[in-house]
Write a protein that binds this ligand. Structure first.
Ligand code: PLP
Ligand code: ZN
Length: 408
């Protein structure tokens, strides 16, 4: 019999460093509790020989990185997240005085957001460990992607969403057949409820910040970028930040690909928050790792997080990369979304285009110079939140059906 997960060695606590074994119910540090986020480790020295050759033969999408995922190599689902394109936009770069501007469009994933990368790994892991239901608390995308992959694999799903979640995201949950619970409370209360109920019921808990394996799915964003870049690594990678798992995951992927020799260096990270939900940006500017929870008001619902659960790792990643945090206003997010869509054809949801708004702010402040190249992760499709996504687009004009009255 083939070894299962031949390269996964162990997990460590990001607070106290304690070593943990990989078991079906390992979620957080036994000593530190919920804040003791675990990190998954692989024997990269063992992965290295023949890694590029195995990649050259592997299918497109995230399952090609099975050596670096916390899953048994089979069975894997037919539906595959990832393999999203990265485009170069020289005219838009020139318009903002940048040497280069690339956009990776994550809106093309199966349920139309970056979260599919994590949810697919979570759902497959739940199935491989014989779990009978997966649970998830989310403002939207984590939920819709979980419901999507649970539907694909026939695993029952219970989703806790704040009652204020955008309609299109709730629509996805309903149509994917999940049990949808609209919680009367904000994201924080919703998350706490999911945590308590899944522990009580023995359901597989997808909640990313406490589930270390989900970050491994997000990591594939970094693995894939590294393969797309090769030797041509941009100076900056811009990512929007709510809980911080997306950024921390992508950073882990880039580091692993650097260790495996796929990329010669790593980019600096531009971490972008919304003005109305900026606890990590504040910690960064204070220069410490303490995260003081604050308000969560933003048009960009997917990053409207006042109580981030994976903040420490995101802060460390940005510092390690020599990067910075910036915060942008809702008006700047709306403008950036309209500019990106009307000049490139890529329609991102507000949280997705916030990263682009952050690049423009960093260009204005001089944090990013005109000699540099930037890659922007657009993390979700604009069709997820049509109202928010079109906030800065001009209205349509009403005309008469009579051709005689038409004026251009
Ligand atoms: C979840 C999400 C983010 C931010 O990810 P975090 O892990 O919460 O930092 C950004 N954009 C979109 C579209 C998302 O759904
Ligand atoms: Zn610990």
């Amino acid at each position: 019999m083939l070894p299962r997960m031949p390269y996964l060695t162990h997990l460590t606590c990001s607070l106290c460093g304690r070593r943990h074994d990989d078991t079906p119910d390992t979620y957080f540090c036994a000593d530190c509790g919920l804040t003791g986020i675990l990190e998954v480790h692989y024997d990269l020295e063992a992965v290295r020989p023949g890694f590029r050759e195995r990649l050259a033969r592997a299918p497109r999408g995230i399952w090609r990185y099975i050596d670096l995922l916390p899953l048994n190599p089979s069975p894997l689902p037919a539906l595959t997240p990832g393999d999203t394109p990265q485009f170069d936009f020289p005219a838009l770069a020139a318009r903002h005085g940048l040497r280069g501007l690339r956009v990776k469009d994550e809106g093309r994933n199966p349920s139309a957001s970056f979260k599919d990368r994590a949810s697919a790994v979570g759902v497959v892991r739940a199935m491989q460990h014989g779990k009978t239901r997966i649970a998830c608390a989310s403002t939207g995308n984590a939920a819709s992607s979980t419901a999507c992959f649970a539907a694909h694999l026939g695993l029952p799903a219970t989703i806790f969403v704040p009652a204020t979640a955008p309609e299109a995201k709730v629509a996805q949950l309903r149509v994917f057949g999940a049990q949808v619970l609209l919680v009367e409370g904000d994201y924080e209360k919703t998350w706490d409820l999911c945590q308590v109920i899944s522990t009580r019921m023995g359901w597989y808990n997808r909640n990313c910040a406490v589930n270390p394996y989900l970050v491994e799915g997000k990591k594939t964003g970094g693995l894939e970028l590294a393969e797309q870049w090769g030797d041509d690594v941009p100076d900056w990678l811009a990512i929007s930040v709510g809980d911080g798992c997306t950024l921390a995951g992508i950073w882990k992927g880039l580091r692993e690909m650097h260790a495996l020799g796929v990329i010669p260096r790593v980019p600096r990270l531009l971490a972008v928050q919304a003005d109305g939900a900026r606890p990590l940006c504040d910690s960064f500017e204070r220069g410490d790792e303490r995260v003081i929870f604050g308000p969560a008001n933003s048009l960009a619902d997917s990053i409207a997080v006042g109580a981030p659960r994976n903040g420490v790792r995101a802060l460390r990643a940005v510092r390690e990369s020599g990067g910075v945090f910036v915060a942008v206003s809702d008006a700047a997010i709306a403008e950036a979304g309209f500019e990106l869509a009307s000049r490139t054809g890529i329609f991102g949801e507000p949280a997705g285009v916030a990263a682009f708004a952050g690049v423009l702010a960093a260009r204005t402040s001089g944090a990013i110079t005109g000699a540099e190249t930037v890659c922007v992760m657009v993390t979700g499709s604009g069709l997820k939140d049509v109202r928010g996504g079109t906030a800065a687009a001009p209205p349509a004009r009403r005309v008469s059906a009579d051709p005689e009255q038409f004026a251009p």
